[in-house]
Design a protein around this ligand. Structure first.
Ligand code: ATP
Length: 299
């Protein structure tokens, strides 16, 4: 394969992604890379959380034209935060656990397809969203969802269960959860909502390792999709949960409201726990918007 021989590429490998399997998957992939391609590249293995952001930013100051995340959505999130606004293309070898971004954009999965993607690059221009100053690519979840993400992050054995882990954590968190009142402002239209369980904001449709929380969300429509879950009891919440995996929860209009917007503000009398691409944020006020800058993404 010859296509991208002039493009200098940096692979940022998170060896801990994919429940620790990414290092060996990368080693196997690199053997194919050496055998079938000739384009110049360098590899950086991350040693700690946050390093991919620093390293990808440094790469934009040198000669790299492509930065490829080797891992999951957390690694992509850090690279997006590192390179947004710089003239560099990013891509993903989806060797992580959830790989929600790759799932949303129907990215290549086999090594052969991934090699082809690298050698014959096509690019898409994707929206990026921002929450309290930090960028995210997939989705943010506020309220019940944030508390579940917090629970998962604190229990490694649950994290490695992927989508099943979400359901287990949800059942645990459910016992002590009480819905709250929030003020929601979407593009200047402000409402006070009571008995809110959670609000999800989607730039892409998937999060949590395959949950289609905002089924209509598109990465290139300059809009964020908002999914509000409110006014339901614990039993109904449990009944609703499986339908999130297919995106059919949005049909339950008694409990679910969907909207779209560019600027979203959520305020709550108490601290809310939120997550964006799985990263946790705690605040009583969240400002979420579509970033003016797009990301050049290898497809
Ligand atoms: N060397 C490292 N040691 C520990 N954590 C790391 C290291 N390098 C990166 N990380 C952190 O690992 C976290 C998880 O990585 P990532 O999201 O890529 O994999 P994943 O959780 O398996 O996949 P997904 O998010 O798609 O489910 C990221 O938040 C990142 O900051």
């Amino acid at each position: 394969m010859q296509g991208a021989f002039l493009i200098e590429t940096l692979f940022i490998v998170n060896p801990t992604a994919g429940r620790g399997t990414t290092k060996s998957r990368w080693d196997a992939f690199e053997r194919q890379l050496k055998k079938y391609t000739t384009f110049p590249y360098k590899v950086h293995f991350t040693t700690r959380s946050g390093e991919a952001e620093t390293v990808s930013l440094q790469a934009t100051h040198s000669h790299f034209e492509r930065v490829i995340a080797v891992g999951g959505d957390g690694t992509v999130n850090e690279i997006v935060n590192g390179v947004l606004g710089r003239d560099v293309m990013i891509g993903i070898l989806p060797f992580g656990t959830g790989n929600d971004l790759a799932r949303s954009i129907e990215a290549n999965k086999s090594d052969k397809d991934l090699l082809h993607m690298l050698c014959y690059p096509k690019e898409a221009s994707l929206n990026v969203a921002k929450i309290n100053g930090r960028h995210f690519i997939n989705a943010a979840g506020i309220g019940f969802d944030g508390i579940v993400a917090n629970h998962i992050n604190r229990h490694m054995f649950i994290k490695i269960l992927g989508a099943l882990g979400y359901s287990l954590s949800a059942i645990t968190v459910l016992k002590s959860f009480t819905p709250s009142e929030v003020m929601l402002n979407i593009d200047g239209n402000c409402v006070i909502l009571s008995h809110v369980w959670m609000i999800a904001i989607g730039n892409g449709s998937f999060y949590g390792g395959g949950m289609k929380i905002c089924p209509s969300a598109k990465y290139d429509d300059d809009l964020l999709d908002v999914c509000i879950v409110s006014n339901l009891g614990k039993m109904n919440f449990l009944k609703l949960l499986p339908s999130v995996y297919t995106g059919r929860h949005v049909e339950k209009e008694t409990f679910i409201t969907t909207q779209q917007g560019k600027h979203i503000e959520i305020t709550c009398p108490d601290y809310m726990i939120a997550h964006a691409d799985g990263e946790l944020i705690a605040s009583s006020s969240l400002q979420i918007s579509v970033s003016e800058k797009r990301i050049r993404f290898l497809t």
